[in-house]
Ligand binder design. Structure first.
Ligand code: INI
Length: 158
């Protein structure tokens, strides 16, 4: 029996791309902080001069898939992390943005073979988003951890 799983032993060697939405940047910038903290604590150079990390900004979560696709196709990254925040409020636009972002990210990941982490908060209120972006917990940290696990798991599969 083969037990195939990701570990955190070689995390410091991975090359990571982050694609982050400017929409709701009060939230997404906090997710980014948590994400960078996790990557840094796992040995990844997150400084401006890093050759292990690139960060691309997009207007909103709707645009996450296309830029993730461009980055994944470069063959340079072990994993791509998307960061966004879609807050329901009263608008049906919410469903469109969330649906396209989630389906798009899943499709790009399967088609390129590069793991792409869906780090998009989907909440009913700004308060809930703030709670998940640092007031109670910072899910950006979790998304980075999931990225390192998936990068390792993909290596284990090859
Ligand atoms: N983009 C988000 O990331 N979050 C939102 O809550 C949001 N809302 O509510 O509209 C949002 N819209 C912008 C969208 O992602 C695109 O950038 C825009 O439609 C241009 O394509």
């Amino acid at each position: 029996m083969a037990k195939i799983e990701g570990t955190f032993e070689n995390s410091s060697s991975f090359r990571v791309a982050i694609v982050i939405a400017r929409f709701n940047d009060l939230i997404t910038s906090k997710l980014l902080s948590g994400c960078l903290d996790c990557l840094s604590r796992h040995g990844i150079d997150v400084n401006e001069s890093s050759n292990q990390l690139d960060i691309a900004w997009v207007p909103g979560s709707f645009e996450l898939p296309i830029i993730s696709q461009e980055l994944a196709r470069k063959g340079k990254y072990d994993v791509v992390i998307t960061l966004g925040a879609v807050i329901r409020g009263d608008t049906p636009h919410f469903d469109v943005v969330v649906s396209e972002a989630s389906k798009g990210v899943a499709t790009v990941s399967r088609e390129t073979g590069v793991p792409i982490i869906f780090g998009v908060l989907t909440t009913d209120t700004m308060q809930q988003a703030l709670e998940r972006a640092g007031i109670k917990n910072n899910l950006g940290w979790s998304y980075a951890l999931q990225a390192l696990e998936m990068a390792s798991l993909m290596n284990a599969m090859s």
